[in-house]
Design a protein around this ligand. Sequence first.
Ligand code: NI
Length: 424
Amino acid sequence: MATLFKDVLILDGSRIKAERVHMLVSKGRISQIINVNENPPSADKIISGHGKMAVIPGFVNAHTHAAMVLLRGLGEESPLMEWLQTKIWPVEEKLTPDYIYWGTLSAILEMLSTGTTCFADMYFEMERVGEAVLGAGIRAALSRGITAGEPGKIEKSLQNNLDLAQKFHGREGLITVQIGPHAPYTVPVDKMKLITDAAKSHGLGIHFHFLETEGELKNLGMSPEKYLDETGLNSVPYLTLAHAVYLDPSTDLNPDNVTLIHNPNSNLKLGSGVMNLNAWLERDFPVALGTDGASSNNRLDMWEEMRTTALLHKGINKNPVCVSAQEVLRMSTYEGAKAYGFSQKGMLQEGWVADLILVNLDKPHYIGVNEENLGTYLVYAGSSADVAGTMVNGKWLYKNGEFPTLDKEEILLKSREAREAITK
Ligand code: NI
């Protein structure tokens, strides 16, 4: 089935300005983009934009813990370690595979309605997360969060992560799997080596929390460069480092296989600090955006991350031209997809995969929008309330407030029950 987006503005992180076009989607891909003055091709379904709709690539939430929507609001306004140790970890003990399944689906509803087409998830019971992802038809990069505990726990979790890869990596073109050691403070160095060796021998990437807080840098026991080298993280097939607030932008890192994940709202809320994004971008280092879990953000809304990112760094650097709208659009789409091994996703180009958002510009806050300024309108004036539809692989997963592949009522009911059970 072919869908024609007739007379729409398209924009992605590679374009300085938007273009007014007809865009045809068929067999899950963008098959044709032609100028609006040419005759539109025929299609089974036609979305008439009348110049008042925009299409942008779907957002890639490059670091989250989806099922933590069930823990939202717990232990508000406390420091990271206290929050984890006294509020989060004890409740997580009560999470069952079923609760994680329903919590993940609840997060997927939230993400689809705000334009996210792919998310990088680090949690546990990831087989159930994989089932939720395939059932919804959304795209995801999955890793099993690995932490130390009783003897043998790390080895068991690692095996569990490798089994996850065996079962889900590449499934239906929707899923990639990474290995997910949680953080330097939850996995000792000798065990990190075990994990990076496994990543290398299985050709898998690693998704890791790194230097979120100042205390973490102090307790590392060596320089970040030495740590990445000694643990073998520097030489795994690819690496995503979430947070990197205290990673110095002069650190010797390879931009061809490392991506930093900026989570500004979570870092602000936990009072962790702010990554030196401007310096990394000046170095042309790849950086993607993520929300982190809903219990530290508290939203799974990439529009919020885009706006915060663009504003925060201008303020800190006292520089209104740094971290442009175009850059944050690229960080929230293409960079995240590339970081997790998804090719031909995150831009609107002929032959690329149709993971996209339909944005309604027929609203008061878009008066004055045109090809030149669409990017800044989206980042500074826009919000997730403007999302009219979210498409993954050429299929609508969210349209006019409905979720064609999901039973919203059942998901909300089961998620409420799970929340009650874990907080009893
Ligand atoms: Ni996180």
